[in-house]
Design a protein around this ligand. Structure first.
Ligand SMILES: [Ca+2]
Ligand SMILES: [Ca+2]
Ligand SMILES: [Ca+2]
Ligand SMILES: [Ca+2]
Length: 435
């Protein structure tokens, strides 16, 4: 067995260290749709909207969107079966997933502007299965379609009805699992490996399909890609005396082993946000599977982030993470299976920081989804000419900034991301108290 192009392997995330350490968290129980007994969350967008499913049994699923307030039933593609689940959601709140139609076939759907549409009408008697996994902010969708009795192929849709089979090879299976906002797609596909084939993570840039892995004898899968083209999934590595499947990151063409939890022997990465934070899960001492988050190269069991007395006894999975670091999945709350939303609460007020920022009680002037009050001061308030001190020289540039209507951190003396009369009064106060 030869091994090609493993590249450098390390245990740290080679990504921007936007978050220095784990903040306190709050966790919300998203409840269930009416007349449903359980729920699970699958995706979350940058605005904190969540998609998922609510169910009684495997034949009685419904798909939901959570709008930060209530669960809304997305409906289904028709018929007596309602088995539907939302899997991917974009910034506009459009959702892709899978739903049964009147004939009982499982089909990919797009939910947009309050209505659900099928992405794929099977054209052959054999191909009766499709699934939507992700949708980007331009509305381009990815998933899988059944093309023959045996073949499930990676697929993309630029619009319902405009299907592109990304694979096209009879006798091979593949899956398109995620798409970023520049349209780059990742998933898994079979590639030639000596006299045989192997399942490897692939990347499609709109022109070419590339084998992200390139190693012989070791398989891999890509499950998500962020807007910096960082790709996560899992890959087989030779560890110690045997092969382990571990969470993996591809960054700049290099494959990184993201490691396992203490005592663990396997892991997988499910999603990555634009700050390089990763969610997934794996084994650890005493547990076959626990969901985790990886921030700044540190793997943390989500159970270790639960607030005291949260009522959540077990978390089964972490499905997605957004740029605000909010994590969704499912677990057991007060004895019943529920969708959860685990959110940073850096200012420890018991309310998710996303709600603080949307409600105007916290500000995020630097646009990194962390309330600015939790961060080191970004500037010297009142130092309008940015020379490091507040004095009379700042008066003219401050007045100019207010008149221009532009924003600078220094002139936003009462930090609310806008310059107005309040800032003028505060500027005077700061100026008069300056040494
Ligand atoms: Ca908060
Ligand atoms: Ca901020
Ligand atoms: Ca100054
Ligand atoms: Ca202000």
């Amino acid at each position: 067995m030869k091994v090609l192009g493993i590249g450098a392997i390390c245990l740290t995330l080679a990504v921007a260290a936007a978050h220095a350490s784990d903040p306190p968290y709050v966790i919300e129980n998203l409840g269930t749709l009416p007349n449903k007994g359980l729920s699970g969350a699958k995706g979350i967008n940058s605005n904190g909207y969540v998609c998922g499913f609510s169910a009684n049994s495997p034949s009685d699923f419904a798909s939901f969107i959570w709008d930060m307030n209530t669960l809304v039933d997305l409906g289904s593609l028709g018929g007596t079966f309602t088995a539907a689940q939302g899997i991917g959601i974009n910034a506009a709140g459009e959702i892709v997933g899978i739903s049964k139609n009147a004939g009982g076939e499982n089909l990919a759907f797009r939910w947009s502007n309050g209505s659900m549409r099928s992405l794929y009408t099977p054209t052959t008697a054999l191909g009766k299965y499709s699934k939507g996994f992700d949708i980007n902010n331009a509305g381009v969708m990815v998933g899988v379609i059944q093309t023959t009795y045996f073949d499930i192929h990676a697929a993309m849709w630029t619009d319902p009805g405009t299907l592109i089979d990304l694979d096209g090879r009879i006798g091979y299976n593949s899956s398109a699992n995620a798409i970023n906002n520049s349209g780059t797609i990742v998933g898994s596909m079979k590639f030639v490996d000596g006299d045989s084939t192997i399942d490897h993570a692939f990347l499609y840039d709109g022109v070419t399909i590339t084998d992200l892995d390139g190693r012989s004898g070791y398989g891999s899968v890509a499950s998500d890609i962020n807007d910096s083209d960082q790709v996560v999934g899992n890959a087989q590595f030779f560890i110690g005396a045997g092969v382990q499947t571990r969470a993996a990151l591809w960054d700049g063409g290099v494959l990184y082993d993201l490691g396992v939890m203490p005592g663990g022997t396997q892991s997988q990465a499910i999603a990555i946000n634009n700050f390089g934070d990763v969610v997934g899960g794996g084994s650890k001492t005493g547990y076959a599977f626990r969901p985790f988050v990886i921030r700044d190269g540190v793997i943390t069991d989500l159970h270790d982030l639960l607030p005291v007395g949260s009522g959540w006894t077990v978390l089964y999975e972490a499905s997605d993470i957004n740029d605000a670091g909010q994590i969704v999945g499912r677990g057991i709350h007060s004895g019943v299976e529920r969708a959860f939303l685990l959110s940073p609460d850096c200012n420890s007020n018991g309310i998710s920081d996303m709600e603080d920022m949307l409600g105007g009680t916290s500000y995020d002037c630097n646009g990194d989804y962390v309330p600015d009050e939790c961060q080191p001061p970004a500037c010297i308030k009142g130092d309008a000419n940015e020379d490091g001190e507040v004095d009379a020289l700042d008066i003219a540039p401050f007045v100019q900034a207010v008149l221009n209507g532009g924003y600078t951190c220094e002139s936003d003396c009462i930090s609310d991301c806008t310059l107005d009369a309040d800032d003028a009064a505060e500027f005077v106060t700061i100026l008069l108290s300056a040494p």
